[in-house]
Design a protein around this ligand. Structure first.
Ligand code: HDE
Length: 730
């Protein structure tokens, strides 16, 4: 057999971006005549073919049968987890070459823009469930690199529930709706989940994160992403290092309030996907910085936890983040099903320079994702669907199967062959051939876990210690909700034992709200079969930290008003001059204002100007906004004093700790809306007062100063220190 020399690299610098590739499949019906799937012109689609206009439909109607059959088969099985999600296209660009650490081409040149498709999701709910439930969020990114597809399939929280993939079916069964009555939808707050969790101490770390505000993100654009597992970077010289991946949102990490999230789930179940869609539509492209934590191979045992244990994170205080590039999401999909629903991610989609480790959770995922796609697509040919196609050439001897798209030519469908000139031939390593990292493995065949995985409480304790008091209180309140819905008191008690090992005071605070005591017997049963070994011995002397301020959202708040939504409540007789000035300041800060009133139509100001209303109280609510402003105007305020919806709007915004601004006559509204315990301006003086996010101005105050203070308050996102919010009956 003659040896073949490739005349060009199998990988080329991709000039045709993924967008161009998708272009070939995009179908714009505008100006086109209707046809059947066979291309036969359809002359009539409003009536089926019948024997007489009152007679039976006849089999001969091929157009009817085709149309109905296609409809009957429209659904594919939803993802068994992460069924509910929203996606967007964009690109990733590195800041500098990462060649020192990895030979991955898409990370080697700051001029390379790699097309990406990102999908954000909830985990537990089905496809039609609400967006704002308490849950982990999926953060999956497909990079269409010139060396093939690389998928970073992560979550918005850095640890995971379990350590070994074999427990995943148990975890998911317990958290999904009960098998007998299929309830509750998209919620962990039921006996089966807490039964499982309270018997599995390794779940404690992620449970702390799930009870925290991280589980109710304000927006997909405002949440972090984590690769969770430890991966490997390998450079050209073959040197490997451990790596953890982080996505950091440029708008900062922000959340909702639980009461607000529950209400939004009813009033707008599409809240998060709508927010993503509208932001991209308006040109406010979500941006995320990719950062890595790199650990030298020789430092593998330097920590007091195991890098292979996915229930642990590497505190940033021990290994700082190195920002390496930015992702910009700048295009909405054209078709939800074809793109978002059919996107098939897989942590085993790796490019040269990035490899996996022996993390037993990751190892199991490497099996599961391909398997799950075959269930969803009933075919291995899902990789030929446009959204999943790599942008580089694909050549191999895979063939046939349901819905094969590629038309392979020639007779040689095996390797080695001579009749096809030995093609496609092997890709040498220096031309992008993937080489698995040659790790030396030496061990007994054993169903066990390393003892280095058995500390389940130090990191949850670290998480608890790192938070501000309001963040801690939110966790306690979330535990009251979740465990309060658990009927079985024994399960509640058992979970308190885990919480006690995190922090005894925390356990007591939870116990106080759920009608059971922290049990006397604090012993915990480990479910794994732990084996002592050299690694676990070394780690006992490893480094740790008791606090990691990097995990607190409050301590790392990005203060910006960009893309925030501000409600402006008016009725006839509002102060137009003030409204216009504040509205302009909102716009200048990159935020968006909407005028809300009792009814749609036009409202007339005290000086005769007319303003169009964007939303009435029936179609919106305070939970759809980040801040509220009520302009002065005697008549307008007098009307709102008697308007339940407007008063409720203000009360609820106050309860949810949102910035509120009003002036002059509006100050009197606050009291009526149960907004108390706040220092306010004298309504007739020239002062502006900003106290705990409530900004008030006297009728003679400077509108400029008033607007600046309001924008500053919006930048703070929420004011958790409003103790009196609990007295508001909204
Ligand atoms: Fe997944 N996971 N997972 N997961 N996962 C799926 O694959 C699985 C885990 C994650 O937007 C499924 O295509 C196992 C960790 C995301 O389409 C399935 C284990 C992390 C998405 C699957 C895990 C994730 C999935 C279902 C334990 C964060 C949505 C549909 C070993 C690092 C991707 C699908 C998208 C989806 C299996 C644990 C993230 C069944 C067995 C840890 C973001 O294959």
């Amino acid at each position: 057999m003659e040896e073949q020399k490739p005349n060009k690299s199998p990988h080329f610098v991709n000039e045709n971006s993924k967008n161009k590739q998708l272009e070939d499949f995009r179908n714009d019906n505008e100006g086109e005549y209707m046809t059947t799937d066979q291309g036969i012109g359809v002359s009539h689609t409003d009536d089926s073919l019948k024997t007489g206009s009152r007679g039976p439909t006849i089999m001969e109607d091929f157009h009817f049968r085709e149309k109905m059959t296609h409809f009957d088969h429209e659904r594919i099985p939803e993802r068994v987890v992460h069924a509910r999600g929203a996606g967007a296209h964009g690109y990733f660009q590195p800041y500098e070459s990462m060649a020192e650490y990895t030979k991955a081409k898409f990370l080697s040149d700051p001029n390379t823009k790699t097309p990406v498709f990102a999908r954000f999701s909830t985990v537990v709910g089905s496809r039609g469930s609400a967006d704002t439930v308490r849950d982990v969020r999926g953060f999956a990114v497909k990079f269409y690199t010139e060396e093939g597809n690389y998928d970073l399939v992560g979550n918005n929280m850095p640890p995971f529930f379990i350590q070994d993939a074999i427990k995943f079916p148990d975890l998911v069964h317990s958290i999904k709706p009960d098998p007998d009555n299929d309830m509750p939808q998209a919620s962990a707050a039921h006996d089966t989940f807490w039964d499982f969790a309270s018997l599995m101490p390794e779940t404690t770390h992620l449970i702390m994160w799930v009870l925290s505000d991280r589980a109710i993100p304000r927006s997909f654009r405002m949440m972090e992403g984590f690769g969770v597992h430890t991966f490997r970077f390998i450079n050209e010289a073959g040197k490997a290092r451990f790596v953890k991946f982080h996505w950091r949102p440029m708008l900062g990490t922000h959340s909702m309030v639980w009461d607000e999230a529950q209400k939004v789930a009813g009033k707008d179940p599409d809240w998060l996907r709508r927010d993503l869609w509208e932001a991209i539509d308006m040109g406010e492209y979500p941006e995320f910085e990719l950062a890595v934590q790199i650990v030298e191979e020789e430092d593998e045992f330097k920590f007091d936890f195991d890098l292979l244990d996915a229930t642990k994170l590497i505190p940033e205080e021990l290994v700082p983040l190195k920002p390496i590039g930015k992702m910009v999401l700048n295009r909405n999909p054209d078709n939800f099903f074809a793109e978002t629903e059919q996107a098939a991610f897989h942590p085993g989609n790796l490019v040269p320079g990035i490899d996996v480790t022996n993390d037993p959770l990751l190892q199991g995922r490497l099996f599961s994702y391909l398997d799950t796609q075959i269930n969803r697509f009933t075919s291995t040919n899902f990789s030929e669907v446009p959204i999943n196609r790599p942008v580089c050439p694909v050549h191999n001897h895979q063939q046939d199967g349901f819905m094969r798209q590629r038309i392979n030519k020639g007779k040689a469908n095996y390797f080695p062959n001579s009749i096809g000139n030995g093609c496609p031939m092997m890709t040498p390593e220096n031309m992008g051939g993937y080489m698995h990292y040659m790790e030396r493995i030496d061990g007994q065949k054993i169903r066990a876990r390393s003892e280095s995985f058995n500390d389940h409480f130090s990191q949850p304790a670290m998480f608890w210690n790192s938070l501000t008091e309001p963040e801690k209180q939110h966790i306690v309140s979330a535990a009251h909700f979740e465990l309060g819905k658990v009927e079985n008191k024994e399960i509640r008690r058992r979970q308190l034992v885990h919480f006690h090992h995190v922090n005894p005071d925390f356990a007591k605070r939870v116990a106080a709200g759920i009608g059971v005591e922290v049990p006397e017997d604090k012993s915990v049963t480990l479910t794994g079969n732990y084996e002592s070994n050299k690694a676990s011995e070394k780690m006992k002397k490893g480094k740790s930290v008791k606090e990691s301020p990097a995990v607190s959202m409050e301590k790392n708040k990005v203060k910006t008003a960009k893309s925030r939504k501000v409600a402006i409540l008016i009725e006839d007789g509002f102060d137009c001059n003030e409204l216009m000035q504040v509205k302009q300041a909102i716009k200048d800060a990159g935020a968006h204002a909407k005028i809300i009133s009792k009814t749609l139509g036009k409202r007339t100001s005290s000086t005769g100007e007319q303003v169009e209303v964007d939303k009435n109280h029936v179609t919106t609510a305070s939970i759809m906004f980040d801040a509220v402003y009520v302009p002065d105007g005697e008549k307008s305020i007098a009307a709102m004093m008697k308007e339940g919806d407007a008063l409720h709007f203000l009360s609820e915004a106050f309860k949810h700790c949102k910035p509120i601004a009003t002036s002059g006559h509006g100050i009197a509204l606050l009291d009526r809306a149960f907004i108390t315990g706040i220092n306010v301006a004298n309504s007739n003086a020239g002062q502006v007062v900003s106290d705990k996010g409530v900004v008030t101005a006297g009728s003679d105050a400077e509108a400029d100063e008033f607007a600046v203070k309001f924008i500053d308050a919006i930048k703070m996102h929420r004011f958790w220190d409003r103790e009196m919010k609990d007295t508001v009956p909204a």
